[in-house]
Design a protein around this ligand. Sequence first.
Ligand code: B12
Ligand code: SF4
Ligand code: SF4
Length: 281
Amino acid sequence: MRDLIRNEIKEYVLESKENWLEEIQDRYFDEPIVKFASSEDPLFEEYKKIIDIDHLTPKEAFESFFGKDSYEGGTVISIVLPINEKIIKSNAAKKDNASKEWALLRAFTDGFRIGLNKHLVNFLEQKGYKAVAPADLEEFKIYSTLSGPSSNWSERHIAFAAGLGTFGINDGFITEKGIAIRLTSVVTNLTLIPDIRKAESHTENCLLFRNGICGACIKRCPVNAISKDGHDKIKCWKYVYGDESRKLAEAYGGNSAVGSGCGLCQTKVPCECKNPTAIFP
Ligand code: B12
Ligand code: SF4
Ligand code: SF4
């Protein structure tokens, strides 16, 4: 069943006609990486302390849709959507703001992610299981905290639980296909063997955390939102989704409501398309 699910997701991403950007004559997203976490993993409860008490456990997400006491355990399916190299290169060439291709990707991602989630939920239902995409629930929220925006279903933390990678100094999630990615996930009552989380810390894939070298993303940020002390989410948020970003998105023919994004810290960096620490023993 693990392979069946993986293949279904791969096929959807690679064969979807929507997954096509005219400007590069190629796909927005390359072949996805799919991994599985047990919904019983104690880490999901720990996220209530690490992130916020309001962060949903898989059980809470499932039951908010299917009703109280409807969940008896199962699996969280976490998906990495690697960004096409041509889009990454276009953003790597930029110094002050997002490239046109990156902004169009920003406009495209939410709809594609929702379509993929629905497809996976339907696929599981046809096999006799129930499933839900927490980030598409009415209960999903993005809210302000003193340190910046947060959400009650953090895809990066879900991906960490599934063993897909770890965080960088800039908060970005670094996978085997690098940091220039998008993430999505689905919770199901189908029980599968979970993937093993090999990382010894939640920052292992970042060169700066691992051995004190790098910091390339610090230099790339146009608004100095990253330092050796971490990522200033408020500075980043103002730049990534502020007025200038909205105007830029409009000028590019993107979606001014969601802005252009930025992602300069995710391109032209050693962790762009790979896990840069994979070479270390
Ligand atoms: C709110 C939000 C933002 C905010 C805040 C980001 C943040 N760091 O949380 C702002 C506006 C700044 C932002 C900016 C961007 N975002 Co954004 N954003 C989100 C959103 C909606 C929620 C994030 C969230 O819930 N964060 C929760 C907090 C708690 O996370 P955190 O503070 O980083 O967590 C730290 C602690 O938990 C700490 N920690 C301490 N102890 C421990 C122990 C353990 C065990 C663990 C695991 C962690 C841990 O480590 C973490 C990293 O430092 C997600 C979508 C989603 N539903 O997840 C997208 C998402 C995170 N964004 C994404 C992207 C692409 C971007 C941008 C590149 C914009 C763009 N499109 O061009 C920039 C990049 C900024 C950056 N340097 O990472 C991608 C992530 C891609 C990636 N490789 O990481 C996501 C997942 C969207 C998606 N569906 O793919 N974003
Ligand atoms: S660019 Fe370097 S310091 Fe920044 S997240 Fe990637 S590996 Fe870490
Ligand atoms: S997304 Fe842009 S503004 Fe935000 S930290 Fe990265 S480079 Fe800086």
